[in-house]
Design a protein around this ligand. Structure first.
Ligand SMILES: Nc1ncnc2c1ncn2[C@@H]1O[C@H](COP(=O)(O)OP(=O)(O)OP(=O)(O)O)[C@@H](O)[C@H]1O
Ligand SMILES: [Mg+2]
Length: 297
C-alpha cells in the first residue's frame, strides 16, 4: 500500500467512543513508514479489561504495525494511541510496564548471553532485586515449559524454543496487557497448546488482557472473546467469534478461510438440509450441536 492509497484522517474517531473499561485506545491512527509504505490507516482499536482479542488478517494487512503501536515502539503519523488513559506521545515513558509485546520475529527480542539473563532483564529494569528477578524469570520460564533452557544461549535455540523464551520474557514483567504477534506460528502442536493455555490462564487467573495477531483462525475461534478482521491497514469488522466467523462473505473477502469447526458445521447442515440455529465455534460445541442431529437422522 502506498501513500496515494491513504484515506485522509483528520478527525478523531467517532466509531469507538471511549469505554470505561478500556486499557488501550487506538484512535484513527495511521502510520507511514520511512519508505512511504502505509502500515495502518484510520485504525480504530481498543483493548478492554480482561479480554482476549484476536487480530486476524492476511499478510501485509497491518497487524504487526498495529501491535508495535500498542507499547510505543512505533508512533502514529496521525491519530493517537492512549494507554491506561495517557496519550503515549505526551507522557507515557514507562508504557512497557503496562503493555508487553511478544514480537513476530523472536530474534528481535532476544539479546542476552543466556536465556535466564534475557528473561531477567525486564524485571531488573523495573527496579527489583537480582534475586527476585531470578525467581520471577524462572517462574515465567516454568510457565511456558522452558525452564530447562535457562542456561542456553538464545542464539542456539530452535525457532519454537525462542518463541517460548520471548513469551517468558514478557510474562516476567507482569504487564496489564500482553500483545503477541503470531505466538504459535512456529510451534509444534504440543507447544502451541501450551501457549494457548498460557493465554487463557493469563486472562482467567491474572486478569491480563491479551491481543493476539494470528493467521490461525481455529485458535482465534477457540480462545478469543472478540475478533477484529484487519484488512488494508484498518479493522473492517469486529465482534464475537461466532458472529464474525460465520460471515463467510466477510471472511473470504478478507482473504481468509473460515475455521475448520465452522466449515464442518456448515457442510453438515447443508448436507442434511438443516437450517442453522446454533453457531458452534469450538470442537466441543460442534459435537454437542451435531450429536442430536445425527441421532435424529
Ligand atoms: N519497516 C517497514 N518499512 C516499510 N514498510 C513496512 C515495514 N513494516 C511493514 N511494512 C509494510 O506495512 C504494511 C503492513 O505490514 P505488517 O507487517 O503490519 O502486516 P501484517 O499484517 O503483520 O503481515 P503478516 O501477516 O505478513 O505478518 C505492509 O504493506 C508492509 O509491507
Ligand atoms: Mg505481522
Amino acid at each position: 500500500m502506498t501513500i496515494s492509497q491513504q484515506k485522509r484522517n483528520e478527525h478523531a474517531c467517532n466509531i469507538c467512543a471511549a469505554d470505561a473499561n478500556e486499557l488501550i485506545h487506538v484512535d484513527c491512527a495511521s502510520h507511514i513508514y520511512p519508505d512511504g509504505s502505509l502500515g495502518i490507516h484510520g485504525m480504530c482499536f481498543r483493548v478492554l479489561e480482561k479480554e482476549i482479542v484476536a487480530l486476524c488478517g492476511p499478510n501485509g494487512s497491518g497487524k504487526s504495525t498495529l501491535i508495535e503501536h500498542l507499547n510505543g515502539l512505533l508512533r502514529p503519523t496521525s491519530g493517537s494511541v492512549t494507554v491506561m488513559g495517557k496519550n503515549i506521545d505526551l507522557s507515557h515513558a514507562d508504557i512497557w510496564r503496562d503493555v508487553g509485546v511478544v514480537f513476530q520475529r523472536s530474534d528481535d527480542q532476544l539479546f542476552a548471553p543466556t536465556v535466564l539473563d534475557d528473561v531477567m532483564f525486564g524485571p531488573i529494569n523495573m527496579g527489583i532485586s537480582v534475586e527476585q528477578a531470578r525467581t520471577e524469570a524462572m517462574g515465567a520460564l516454568k510457565a511456558v515449559g522452558a525452564e530447562n533452557l535457562s542456561d542456553k544461549m538464545p542464539g542456539y535455540l530452535s525457532g519454537g524454543q525462542k518463541r517460548l523464551v520471548c513469551i517468558a520474557g514478557v510474562l516476567a514483567m507482569k504487564p496489564r496487557v500482553i500483545a503477541m504477534d503470531e505466538p504459535t506460528s512456529d510451534l509444534d502442536s504440543l507447544h502451541a497448546e501450551i501457549v494457548e493455555n498460557i493465554i487463557l490462564n493469563l486472562k482467567k487467573n491474572h486478569g491480563i488482557s491479551i491481543v493476539v495477531a494470528t493467521h490461525d483462525l481455529d485458535m482465534a475461534a477457540r480462545i478469543s472473546d472478540r475478533v477484529c478482521i484487519v484488512k488494508d491497514g484498518s479493522i473492517i469488522a469486529e465482534g464475537k467469534p461466532s458472529s464474525i466467523f460465520y460471515d463467510k462473505n466477510l471472511i473470504e473477502m478478507s482473504g481468509l478461510r473460515q475455521p475448520k469447526v465452522v466449515q464442518i458445521y456448515e457442510g453438515i447442515t447443508k448436507n442434511l438440509g438443516i437450517v442453522m440455529e446454533n453457531y458452534p465455534i469450538t470442537a466441543d460445541e460442534l459435537v454437542k450441536t451435531i450429536a442430536p442431529m445425527i441421532r435424529q437422522n
